[in-house]
Every structure is written in C-alpha cells, then in structure tokens.
Design a protein around this ligand. Sequence first.
Ligand code: SF4
Ligand code: SF4
Length: 380
Amino acid sequence: MNNQSMAYFNEFNKHALLELDKAHEQGVKIAGIYCIFGPTELIRAAGAIPVGLCGKKQEPIQEAEKTLPANLCPLIKSSYGFAAGNTCPFFSFSDFIIGETTCDGKKKMFELLDEIKPTYVMQLPYSTLGDSPQEYWKTEIHRLKAYLEEQTGNTITPEKLNHEIKLQNRVNSLVQEIELFMKEPGSPISGPEFLKILETKGYVVDLEKYAEDLQALKAELEEKRANMAQSGKKQSRILITGCPSGTGSDKVTRLAQECGALVVCQENCTGVKGLYYPTLEDAEDPFAALAERYLKIPCSCMSPNTGRLDLLGKLSQEYKIDGVIDLTWTCCHTYNVESFSVENFLDKKMDLPMLQIETDYSESDSEQIRTRIEAFLEML
Ligand code: SF4
Ligand code: SF4
C-alpha cells in the first residue's frame, strides 16, 4: 500500500515527538500509560496528554533483568527496561505515570517504577460480577480525577469529560471502520499496516486533528479498494488473540504472514479489544459511564472473563476466520491458563481450530514457530 495518508501514519512517531516537545515546553502535563484500562478521556479532560509507553522490544530487557527476575513476562521487563535505561522518549516526556493493578508482575513493577518517576496506581477490581466492582471502580475513577486535578491545576467538569468521551468514541469508531476493510477478501490495507495505525493511537497530541487524519485515510482506502483487482489466490484468514504485541514483538504475526496466511484481525489489546466498547455519550454522570465502559474490557486479569469469548465469537464470524493463533508471552499466567477455555470455546462453539504459541520477544525460537504455523495452516 502506498498512499499519502499511510505515509503520514508511518512517520507518526516523529510528528508526535515534535508535538509533545512543544506541548511540554508550554507546560502541558504528559501522563504515561501502559494499558488500555488507563482512562484517556479523563486524562484529556484534565488538559493533560496521555501517551502509551514502550514495552514491545527485546533490547531493554537486559537492563530490566538487573532489577527484575528473568522469569517474568517480556512485556513487563521491556517496559521497565525502557524506563530504567531512559531509552523511551515518551517515558522521558511523561510528568507522571498512571498504572493499574492488572496482573501481579505488572503491579509489583509499578512499585519499582515509582522510584524512577511518580507512578499513580488505580486499584482495578478482578471481577465484573454484581454491582460492587462497578461501584468500587467508580470511586477509583474519582480518585484518579482528584489526582489529575492536583497534577494539572485544572478542574475536570462533566462537560469537559463528555466532550472527550464523544471525541474518543469517534476516533475508536473510525479506527474500527478502517479495520472493517479487512473483513472481506481484497482489502486495501494489510494486517501489519493496520497494526501500525493502531499503534499511533497511543501518541496523539491533538485528538481532533487525529480524527481528521483517520477520516482522510479511510477515504483513500475506499478509493483504493474501488480500483483494486481481486486476487484469486486463497489464503487462510487468521485471527490472533492473547497477549498484546506490536512493532518489535510482532514475531508471530510476521511469521504467520510469511507462511502465507492473512492476519486479518487481532483481538488483543494492541488490536481491536479497546475499540469495541463505546462510552455512553451525554450521560448524566459521565464519570459513572466511563467506569462502566472500562470495566467491560475483557482482559485475562478478570475472573471470570467471558467477555473475551463473546468478542472472539463475534470477530471470528465477522472476519470469516479459518483459524486462530493464541499468543502467550512466557510467564503470563493469566493468558496461559485461559488458553484452555479459549480453545475449548473455539472448538465446540465456533468449530475453529486454534494454535497456542508460548514464546518471548527473542528470535531464538522463530524457526520452530514457523514449522508449527506451517503445519497448522496445512490443516485448515
Ligand atoms: S492484556 Fe490486560 S493488562 Fe495487558 S495491556 Fe491488555 S488490558 Fe492491560
Ligand atoms: S502479557 Fe500477561 S503477564 Fe505480561 S503484562 Fe500482560 S497480563 Fe501481565
């Protein structure tokens, strides 16, 4: 794919760093976040900028292992290594970090991170059953509101929050509309290209402008699709689920594509998981609406986590999926254990085969993984 808007998105990090630098100079506060439970609408309503922090590359892991145990998930080690080695420009720009008590490794890592940069941790409930987790999470949203107001000196009003909720909903649905191009064979955008777009969502300074850029990209893709010749080649359509991955830790996605598959959907957090639950707009209590929305995220840290199965069922049908790859980072117990229920669900309810791959960020097992994927694709 080679069009003007995609070229802009490919260079997005460079633009984002320049804009963040400018905002920083003007005294705008920057909040680093690591997870899609971080309520970006609330951060923006406080006049601060949320930025997604790096944790998807192998290089900083050695630095992290000076402090953290080696047998920890690579995502946590990479995140900490970037911070400890001061090699993530987005971390350097951040005035403070907002974390959440998701998995055990991550919440303990936040304690150490706090020694490098002020780290505020939201206490996330582990269940969504009944009213009490909802009530509890609402108080956590208000606790974060107070913290953000103290950090920025700005008051978060319901009006400001409603405005940011609408804007974020709009951006999420535009990204979703772009992803929908991959629903049908002959998509004008590939899975890896779409992943690049998704990653830019984490570094947006001006969200209104970002929505316009997405709109322009969507229009270009529509035009491109209209002029595309359809390929007669049959390729297996793969959905990737499990732990988040991204540029630098996209080994499994890359190998699947190299083996001839089409990765048309990523259900994980770097994929579409965060796009699917719009916050109620113009709610009387937008703080409660925000709390409700964020607790719907089907992360494996939740127990039970039936929302993940619902989303997988819906996406498998929408994207005409032939097979599912479940990616588990080494030492990620929650996704590893959940893999059994996911495979069972896909087999019994969706009649879909699944391949679980447990790996880390290194390339040492690439050839073994390639062989397993080739065998899986042959079976489809
Ligand atoms: S998998 Fe869960 S903890 Fe990890 S980034 Fe996603 S929502 Fe956050
Ligand atoms: S991949 Fe698993 S262990 Fe790693 S941070 Fe996410 S939930 Fe925690």
